[in-house]
Design a protein around this ligand. Sequence first.
Ligand code: PLP
Length: 405
Amino acid sequence: MSYDINKIRSYFPVLNQQVYSKPLVYLDSAASTQKPVQVLEAEKRLHNEYYGNIHRAAHYMADKATADFEVVRNQVKLFINASSTEEIIFTKGTTESVNLVAFSFGERFISEGDEIIVSEMEHHSNIVPWQLMAERKKAIIKVLPFNDKGELLIDKLDELITPRTKILTVAHISNVLGTVNPIKEIITKAHQKNVAVFIDGAQGFQHSVVDVKNLDADFYAFSAHKAYGPNGVGILYGKKFWLEQMPPYQGGGEMISEVTFSGTTFNELPYKFEAGTPNITSVIAFGATLDLLQEVGLGNITAWEEKIIKLATNELKKINEVRSYGEASKKSGVISFNHNKIHPYDLGMLLDKTGVAVRTGHHCADPVMQHFNIPGTVRISFGMYTSEEDIALFIQNLKRIITMF
Ligand code: PLP
């Protein structure tokens, strides 16, 4: 495979630095990825040349900004193979996308006694909004469990789905266990019983090719900042069939067609769900991310990251005192682990002092911690720029810390 890791890393100069006089090893991409120069340049270009508020353009700069903003919507559409730009809604992140759908789908389609299935391995962002909706609508949350390897028990869906089940929500890839869930199989199973499916792609979009038409997903959400894009932008894909029937989530400018004190009519899709001035700069700069992903090829990134996760898994296995969580047959993006004596917070802090940036804690997935009866883990996570040297340095420093302890 020809994957020019040095060229890719040259797009991310921030990686080439020392922290505490040690070479930086950035293993926290699942929390947020670093941004390539292409994105930073796109932001600068917009502000130097043509920044203006969009969709109400009465002058050159606003007109150009509007056009570029809509170009990115079309890029996203092509990237995930949606049917139309009406199905691409810009939000501020995956969290807002889940809240939007939980609220709006809930308002329209959920009644007292209806059921929502949430997987046990979800991030809090994909649990709490559904709980809030269930409380408001007097609906019931049911949990799709996973086994100790970190694989969802898909067969359980046969008994979990009842005629009252309206929607099922599941992560594409777990942010703690790294499990790549068989989302196509889950969607097919759910659709056989007329259940809509929401996919939390916060850890999915950047690690695997997403084709929403092929998946037949009803909703797919992800965050630009976890996929080499700027902060403050989320993408929500929703099937037009659903979005057309769902009421607005927030009221304000842009989402209306006409406002009078006797009543308001709403704008067409996707604007009905985009109240107020969006994050113009970040959406436009996200276009540069998509260009980069296209140039490198998401398939190539997936293959490279597979090699990296295998390398790290094998090296960690050689350290007897370490236990990893999540041994699904298909994994991507992250490895969570603990040392049998060192608390994960201490280990994270010590690794930091060696230049290795990791994440520690419950990773906003308390139910996963409860499953394994642990307070937290150390999590290393990868991106397109993670090198074999990064893994070697991480393992070397981890071993040194363990010996010191
Ligand atoms: N879902 C998963 C699986 C995540 O990993 C995260 C963030 O870590 C989120 C949702 C929330 O994403 P954001 O904070 O960008 O809204």
